[in-house]
Design a protein. Structure first.
Length: 150
């Protein structure tokens, strides 16, 4: 499964676009929509199209992590919300999370509430993370739009 437009839009809305490298709060050189890695060099400048390509490449790894960790069927919005969370907290935290355990136990309501628990950094609630988790939870709970045939 691939991240849909709603998931990509959510991620982009919370990940600031930077066309020049910067050092993220975690101390890593970063560019685009939160892309970090050995291919990010000091002073690097990219286009918005390149930032989109980097994001899509990064998403592939998080999509795989979600698909491997969750063993129950997910709707597109549920999948997108999980990918956004995984993108932000990392694959290790996501795969070992109570959210994944609840999903796999078919406790969708309990899993949806777990999004809200991931709102801290250095044991302090951050309003930006709280807003992101609310948005992810809302997407997770939103019904998938069925195709309308006319």
């Amino acid at each position: 499964m691939n991240t849909g437009n709603a998931g990509i839009s959510l991620i982009k809305s919370f990940e600031s676009l930077s066309l020049k490298t910067y050092v993220c709060p975690g101390g890593k050189l970063t560019i685009g929509y939160g892309h970090a890695g050995s291919d990010v060099l000091p002073g690097m400048v990219i286009s918005e199209d390149q930032a989109d390509q980097l994001l899509m490449g990064d998403l592939a790894g998080f999509e795989k992590a979600v698909s491997n960790a969750v063993h129950v069927p997910l709707g597109q919005n549920q999948f997108d919300a999980c990918v956004s969370l995984c993108f932000n907290i990392g694959t290790g935290n996501f795969t070992s999370s109570t959210l994944v355990k609840m999903l796999n136990a078919d406790d969708t309501a309990g899993a949806s509430d777990q999004f809200l628990r991931w709102n801290r950094s250095n044991n302090q609630i951050l309003q930006g993370l709280a807003r992101r988790r609310e948005a992810e939870r809302a997407l997770f709970l939103a019904p998938d739009m069925a195709a309308v045939v006319i």
